[in-house]
Design a protein around this ligand. Sequence first.
Ligand code: DQQ
Length: 548
Amino acid sequence: ARTQDHVRTAFHFQPAKNWQNDPNGPVYYNGMYHLFYQYNPHGALWDVGNLSWGDSVSGDLVNWAALGNALDPTAPFDANGCASGSVTILPDGTPAILYSGIDADRRQVQNVAFPKNPRDPLLREWAKPAYNPVVPLPADVSANDFRDPTTAWVGRDGLWRFAISAVADGVGATLVYRSADFLRWERRAAPLHASQDAVMAECPDLFPVAARGAEGLDASARGAGVRHVLKVSMPDTLEDYYAVGTYDDAADTFTPDEDCGGGDYRRWRRIDRGHLYASKTFLDARRMRRVLWAWVNESDSEADDVARGWSGLQSFPRALWLDGGGKQLVQWPVEEIETLRTRRAAPLQEVEPGGGVREVTGIVSSQADVDVVFEIPSLRRAEGLDPGRLHDPDALCREKGGSLTGGVGPFGLLVMASGDMREHTAVFFRVFRILHEYAVLMCTDLSRSSTKAGVYKPTHGGFVDVDIEKDMSISLRTLIDHSIVESFGGGGRTCMTARVYPEHVAAGSSSHLYVFNNGSAAVKVSKLEAWELASASVNVDDDGGLMA
Ligand code: DQQ
């Protein structure tokens, strides 16, 4: 009998086994959700020559059934790997895959694929036409720097477009291609956006958001009340950045609202202040919301991945929309997570300042959904902070860790805590006074998350863009799932994903959950909803089930 794998998640998307990375082509089609993903069917480690597109379907974004691979590297135009891409639904209702192939000569080229049988509601088999690639490698782009086409959209002229990452003539750029028939594509003269440094960004995503309200828009939406977001993924640090701005569909250019100097993506806002990469959104036409998926990789050793037989998670799907101020995105776990809620923890109100810790009891907290609101009666004790310190929240969180004392905070949650407290992950806030204003810092401190050696245990930090003087409260939602802790501060204005590998969890012991306040100022827990979550059915491999 196989020993139970307690690091494996209970409600995050994983294939039954092996390596996965980027989400590809998420789409709602014919009453079903599809998630394709970068998949190595031959093992638990990255192997570019063996990249396929795994394929799973779901009726609710929570429970998933695995289908056979949608794409495997079998043709001259993808012989060395089927890399990332997207799905677009064509006007006749047919879904089309646009993806990067690494061809027999190791050049990155763009290909299309269509369902073999568009009437199959599960879209089980995909055909790659022999006329691929539809976009060969351009002369000014090197073989390795041309990949990850977006979902296509239609401009005012009725023509299709997709965006793609490249280093063109030495400049890191997001290029746009245009087509009348989805087959013959022509590059636009100017890039959608170019960055002064020559870094190859990955997995671009350009999508419209409503200027007001949370409703999701189709990729081709335009006109009054429509803003655009450009997101890119930076491979050197594995971080996703975005800007809100204006997309001009006559010139096919994108101009960010906030001037951040030379277009350096690293000055843009982060999708998530923690550990999350290669995100991609899609319009969920069933509930008219835009939903984001992202790859969350492992941060223990490759030997651990091989021993477990798998590597990589997808973040729990998040609805996202533009915040009221129009400057940033808000992200929130899709409400279908509520279908997994079972037992609810006992209520709790008071946590003493100056080191108070209260246990949240009544639930198994290694798979839980915690929603808490901290009310701050007074900001008088907020510590002063030099404005220069606003630029490096990670360092600030490292210096001012959750176990230290403070003024207003640190207060928050201790999750995945062992009975003896030697292991715990702290997710917390601190409020600082900067001249005559206040700033809310959010941290996830992994330094004590595991007693295991050789595990990456960083401290993630980020400021939360809320008006704390007006609100006098701050909310925290945290999803806990065996080896991932995904937190949403200030109603989803700052998101922070972390991977944790507590030894007590790996050994199958139960975790504890606490609320704490190490600040000297009083903080009231005005809401605490902590739910134990049932295990979703995610690509269960019963050796003879749907897995190919
Ligand atoms: N991974 C894919 C690429 C993408 C990178 C290959 C990002 O297409 O650029 O698996 O993780």
